[in-house]
Design a binder for this molecule. Sequence first.
Ligand code: NAP
Ligand code: ZN
Length: 359
Amino acid sequence: MAKSPEEEHPQKAFGWAAKDSSGLLSPFHFSRRETGDGDVTIKILYCGICHSDLHNVKNEWGFTMYPVVPGHEIVGTVTKTGKNVKKFKVGDRVGVGVLVDSCKRCESCQQDLENYCPQMVLTYNSYSQDGTKTFGGYSDIVVVDEHYVLRFPENLPPDAGAPLLCAGITVYSPMKYYGMTEPGKHLGVAGLGGLGHVAVKIGKAFGLKVTVISTSPKKEDEAINRLGADSFLVSSDPAKMKAAINTLDYIIDTVSAVHPLAPLISLLKLNGKLITVGLPEKPLELPIFPLVLGRKLVGGSDVGGIKETQEMLDFCAEHGIASDIELIKMGDINMAMERLAKSDVKYRFVIDVANSLSQ
Ligand code: NAP
Ligand code: ZN
């Protein structure tokens, strides 16, 4: 008979899990594998709440394996190292993002694109190579192969820096890959949530002009005066949307729900690029005529590889970029999920794990 999550490994662990598609989280005892020769064990200090966590706990994508302990924006301190570990020592401040393993042999892995490895192991709701389930960062400790662990720069705040491990790399990677970094060009950011607000900051650091395209008029003042955007479009305002047709070189679409692409495509200039990173639960409709007539491109992108994630962390440290966060206690997690579902967060919840996870 299969062992319970609490008994399958030697290191005791404790966190909060969703146990069914109500998405409600509650305390959960489980276990972590022994620290292997190439592994580090990390005491988790902070963990960001990504909208993917919300999609997962509610089984909106249809592949959640309950119980699920979410969390893939993890910052912590190394407490144990295996004998072959070279990058880290006990006491180091480190980060763990969306993936914790891959095959290390395929074409994607060879190109530092572990995030596209067919055998990639996600930080939670996935199977490790030993066949046991992975559990994420809404928990006290995690054991990870050092290859998938990031050095967390000293001058990045560990709480506000945590969201960079998913939100940061998810917007940085497509900007680099699709050539969306040319200073002076005009970037649109659709959806001003966790990913979107970091995209504004990174876009400004690349020297872009940034316009936010949002459903929330009340976010305008902060988008411009606090996050540094140059302008703000409310997508439900037809006059403003019309006036902005043909003005953007690129758009990063971070919207988490089904939404029309046609208005976004119309904002793009000739040869413009619309890159979607949001993952709504149902397909979006793609209007072909405006793409063909304007030689426009629609693409996608999934987080980023480990090497590029390190590059992004170092870039953010150098440019003073972190997330705007609301720090919460683990016991407030269900309230935070409810507010996240309503786009009511400025602009990322981060759990103060080490100070609020009591058994
Ligand atoms: P978030 O903080 O909830 O932000 C999403 C934003 O989308 C909201 O703040 C809201 O912005 C806008 N929005 C929500 N519902 C909308 C609707 N019905 N119509 C139009 N706009 C709407 O979420 P997040 O953590 O940034 O994640 C965004 C999406 O990216 C999620 O689907 C997530 O799963 C996905 N994701 C993908 C990757 C990847 O690798 N590709 C990585 C991480 C996350 P406004 O209030 O400004 O309209
Ligand atoms: Zn995420």
